[in-house]
Design a protein around this ligand. Structure first.
Ligand SMILES: NC(=O)c1ccc[n+]([C@@H]2O[C@H](COP(=O)([O-])OP(=O)(O)OC[C@H]3O[C@@H](n4cnc5c(N)ncnc54)[C@H](OP(=O)(O)O)[C@@H]3O)[C@@H](O)[C@H]2O)c1
Length: 437
């Protein structure tokens, strides 16, 4: 079998199942994938360079089934929907038909239908329509929102579900029908092993539709929270800015498209999916398994606690700068500096230089993306240790002050060490996937 997208969230799960069932795979990946092993051969191939059927032909020797799990959720880094979802898959499907491949399995997306309006769905639909017209047996699968423990959207939903108060667009009354990754991967394998002719289209959806608020409530219960959250409706004028801010804070591709898709509703009849699987898919109530409950709850809460910690540390630096710039009498600040040996112009430079660096640290703490924050935490630790040592030597009475101006640095340092160690973006999954993982 030939597979694209084997390093992806869905592709990796499909690949593991195909290997477990003894299939031999040729996986095209951008990153190289890893060492060939256990019946898996990796071929380095970027879909952007595979836009003609000739480009695919050489990879289809001895291939009986083609599975396309590659895709993108937003256009960035030079990747476009038109190329990744439409032109490259069309070329692959054409090559498959010419090479007399037994069947093609295409992972499309729920909503890539006649009512599609987003560039994402339109590009998917164009490739699906092309495949359906070719003389090759095919399954076109339309997953709804896919929930898997390691998925980005699942993490986002669990984090939202952990909040005690939620203000959602439309009060979260939009209908969705999320499907578990295990069922999606199983469906792809069933489709790849099927022997039906023609083109079959199957929506991969959960057993029943739920509202967004209902999904979050189920995840909340699944994580062991006893009290339900209060869910309110965002004012309509705030919906788009709030979603844009959410996208910026989470790095998750939420946008106007996502909102209009939600408003349209994302549901379908599960019967064809149940027939393909031979059993009903998992319902949202069982998405968080009991063995994952404590860990998922802790991770979801930790996300918000880290955010709270970061915001409070930013506020501390910014407020310290404001106070040093004049809220606290400058003469009193200069008197303190005199006791550490700084006087005259040097003392002024030190006072305003320190205030500027505090302000810069506060602003960077608020704005730097997670991937760039490690040096920031290290700098803050070094600076606080330095300040504490200087004050201990020159103004030791601050250790004996009842408000604890210096001793409060101890929990602050511990918090910064915590941030240094765990405030990093979590890789969704290994950049390359080998059969040994
Ligand atoms: N996850 C969902 O909830 C969901 C719902 C509906 C439909 N779908 C569809 O299902 C498919 C897979 O989704 P996913 O969640 O597994 O996505 P994903 O985790 O982002 O994985 C996408 C895969 O596509 C590959 N890819 C992207 N651009 C490529 C290029 N130019 N050349 C070669 N490979 C490329 C990626 O390879 P690299 O490792 O090289 O980036 C990766 O293996 C997509 O088509 C998506 O639209 C997903």
């Amino acid at each position: 079998m030939l597979m694209t997208g084997s390093s992806g969230f869905i592709g990796a799960a499909v690949m593991a199942r195909l290997i477990a069932r003894g299939h031999r795979l040729r996986c095209t990946t951008r990153g190289g994938g890893g060492a060939d092993a256990d019946g898996v051969e990796f071929v380095r191939l970027d879909l952007q360079d595979a836009l003609t059927h000739e480009m695919w032909q050489r990879h289809l020797d001895d291939i009986d089934v083609v599975i396309n799990c590659a895709g993108i959720f937003e256009e960035r880094d030079g990747q476009t929907f038109s190329v990744v979802h439409e032109r490259a898959p069309k070329a692959l499907f054409e090559a498959s038909a010419r090479a007399r491949v037994r069947r093609v399995v295409q992972l499309s997306a729920l909503g890539a239908d006649d009512q599609a309006v987003s560039a994402f769905h339109l590009s998917k639909r164009a490739a699906d329509t092309h495949l359906a017209a070719l003389p090759v047996a095919s399954h076109i699968l339309y997953p709804s929102l896919v929930y898997g423990q390691a998925g980005d959207s699942a993490a986002l939903f669990r984090r939202l579900a952990a909040l005690p108060v939620l203000m959602l667009p439309g009060g979260g009354r939009q209908q969705v029908q999320p499907v578990h990754l295990d069922d999606v991967a199983e469906a792809v394998v069933c489709a790849a092993e099927a022997d039906s002719g023609g083109c079959r289209r199957v929506a991969l959806v959960g057993p029943r539709a739920v509202t967004v608020a209902g999904l979050l409530a189920s995840l909340r219960r699944g994580m062991g929270f006893r009290r339900p959250a209060f869910v309110g409706a965002l004012p309509t004028w705030l919906e788009r800015p709030a979603v844009a801010l959410g996208a910026r804070l989470t790095g998750f591709p939420l946008g106007a498209d996502a909102l209009s898709m939600l408003d349209r509703g994302s549901t379908a009849d599960p019967a064809p999916f149940i027939a393909l699987l031979g059993h009903p898919p998992r319902s949202v109530e069982s998405f968080v398994s009991p063995s994952e409950r404590s860990a998922e709850r802790a991770l979801a809460l930790l996300h918000w606690l880290l955010l709270l910690l970061r915001l409070s540390i930013a506020a501390l630096w910014i407020w310290t700068a404001v106070v040093s710039l004049g809220v606290y009498p400058v003469d009193a600040s200069l008197a303190l500096l005199a006791r550490v040996g700084a006087e005259g112009l040097f003392a002024h430079l030190l006072l305003y230089g320190a205030a500027a660096s505090d302000l810069a640290l506060g602003v960077l703490t608020l704005t730097l993306p997670a991937a760039m924050r490690r040096p920031l935490w290290a700098t803050q630790i070094a600076l606080i240790v330095f300040y504490s040592v200087v004050i201990t030597v020159a103004l030791p009475e601050f250790w004996l002050h009842p408000f604890g101006p210096l001793s409060k640095n101890l929990p602050l340092l511990a918090s910064l060490v915590l941030l240094l160690l765990i405030d990093t973006p979590t890789p969704r999954r290994p950049a390359t996937w080998t059969t040994r993982h």
